[in-house]
Ligand binder design. Structure first.
Ligand code: NAD
Length: 473
């Protein structure tokens, strides 16, 4: 087993206490990971604070160059990082719709380069005989990042590259379920940075709580569940930390009667099942007009029957669910749906043996108040609901505390766009879903989060405004 170390102030740090990391396909322990305590949090935050003055004063062009160099270095280690991702997260390297480790690695490199190219120019509000007023963007200080287990590498990059690009220093804590890829990436990243600019410590939620309540951290960026996001927001209040919270989603899609079922079913399937359904903005509730309901159900069931699930190190479309608790939750929601009389078109049965494998499952004729519909399952299971009236479908789609994404599907793009704009969510798609890119802001409304990531809007969240008011005459 490889010896994994945390990195504090540029140096590898081991701990007496460790915790095991499992391969979700075999349930075997694949590594022991350092378990940090509060003292490690203090050391990491102090190192980040010491590194902040020099890093924030580094020329903008130099910070851009370093973030590009990080992209190149990570890309040079792609093979190793993708193997680690499969080992601890379970996703196949390729996988359905390319959303396995290969997608995560490719996205990592692409997002680094795009972030390196972002700029926050000074804005001139007024320039006349009375005064010149400029708006400057300044880094906040130390950024604390806490990541989940579904995209451990990509989300770490989403959190930390904008932080570095805009002149902040970082303390990151990956999920205790998937710390290995992030630890290895942090090692590679540290070779390109001054000591203390990028620190990584590992542990569970109690370590996360120590980070989010630390008085010397200036901003928290968090991706994970809504209950944890609420706790982080609460503890961030101790010193009025800025927060960006990317939380759960229970995205609805409305399929209008003029939709080309054969053409759209593969796209709908891919976006519902991306990363084995363990994607915050995956399509999770599918509302289909009664005229094409049965056709859509059968088309999706046919695709689901044609895919393979297995150990991600082999040639399969989908891997296991990442951890036992999530696996149990998916099983529980499915059993409740069965008991309610819902029609299972595929899947729904778990076979014996090691590994948290759940088959790709399509469920029809299910009521809105079933938990599989009203809660986010975060697994490879899609409920399909029927509607006859579009306004009713819109009301049901919006009847949720979540508001991450949503979509409308139709041959009439204008009609679909108008309806999509009435969805209560951070991103509304037409004839696609969960399509994200580095220059388009992404974030949730309602209980799906606060703030956005990506592009200029995302970068601004790592800064505060300083207004410079220069009187004339
Ligand atoms: P989680 O909230 O249980 O854990 C996420 C991280 O928070 C882990 O690193 C964990 O150690 C840490 N944590 C736990 N308790 C904490 C506390 N009290 N204080 C600080 N940190 C704490 O979430 P998860 O199970 O890892 O991820 C699944 C959930 O995340 C799903 O609900 C999913 O929708 C959501 N998610 C959202 C997005 C998004 O972009 N909106 C992306 C991925 C996942």
């Amino acid at each position: 087993m490889t010896d994994y170390k945390m990195i504090i102030d540029g140096k590898g740090v081991s701990t007496d206490e460790t915790f095991p990391v499992l391969n979700p396909a075999t349930e075997e322990v694949v590594a022991q990971c350092p378990k940090a305590n509060e003292e490690h949090v203090n050391l990491a935050v102090a190192a980040a604070r010491r590194a902040f003055p020099a890093w924030s004063a580094t020329a903008d062009s130099e910070r851009s160059r370093v973030v590009h160099a990080i992209a190149d270095a990570l890309e040079a280690h792609s093979e190793e990082l993708v193997k680690l991702l499969t080992l601890e997260q379970g996703k196949p390297a390729g996988g359905f719709a390319g959303l396995g480790g290969g997608f995560e690695m490719g996205g990592t490199v692409a997002w680094c380069h795009a972030t390196a190219d972002l700029e926050l120019p000074v804005e001139v509000i007024q320039d006349n005989d009375e005064a010149r007023i400029e708006v400057h963007r300044k880094p906040l200080g130390v950024v604390g990042s806490i990541t989940p287990w579904n995209f451990p590498l990509l989300i770490a990059i989403w959190h930390t590259m904008p932080a570095l690009r805009s002149g902040n220093t970082v303390v990151i804590k990956p999920s205790e379920f998937t710390p290995l890829t992030t630890l290895r990436a942090a090692e590679i990243i540290n070779e390109l940075l001054p000591p203390g600019v990028f620190n990584i410590i590992t542990g569970d939620g109690s370590l996360g709580a120590a980070i989010s309540s630390h008085p010397d951290i200036n901003k928290m960026v968090f991706t994970g569940s809504t209950p944890t996001g609420k706790k982080i927001m609460q503890s961030a209040a101790v010193n009025l930390k800025r927060v960006t919270l990317e939380l759960g989603g229970n995205d609805a899609a409305i399929v209008l009667p003029d939709t080309d079922v054969e053409a759209m079913a593969p796209k709908i399937f891919a976006t519902a099942m991306m990363n084995n359904g363990q994607t915050c903005a995956a399509l999770k509730r599918l509302y289909v007009h009664e005229d094409i309901y049965e056709d859509m159900c059968q088309a999706l069931a046919a695709i689901a029957s044609s895919v393979t699930t297995g150990d991600g190190s082999g040639d399969v479309d989908f891997g296991p669910i990442q951890n036992k608790a999530q696996f149990d939750r998916v099983c529980e929601l499915a059993e409740e749906a069965k008991a309610s009389g819902a029609r299972f078109l595929t899947g729904g049965e778990v076979s014996d043996g090691p590994g948290y494998f759940y088959p790709v499952t399509i469920v029809a004729d299910i009521a809105d108040d079933t938990r599989l519909v009203s809660e986010e399952p975060f697994g490879p299971i899609l409920p399909i609901l029927k509607f006859s009236d579009v306004e009713d479908a819109l009301r049901r789609a919006n009847d949720s505390n979540n508001g991450l994404g949503g979509s409308v599907w139709s041959s009439d793009v204008q009609v679909a766009t108008e309806l999509a704009s009435r969805l209560e969510c951070g991103t509304a798609w037409v004839n696609s879903h969960a399509m994200i890119q580095p220059d388009a802001p992404f974030g949730g409304v309602k209980e799906s989060g606060i703030g956005v990531e990506f592009g200029r809007y995302g970068l601004e969240e790592y800064t505060s405004i300083q207004t410079l008011n220069i009187a004339r005459g």
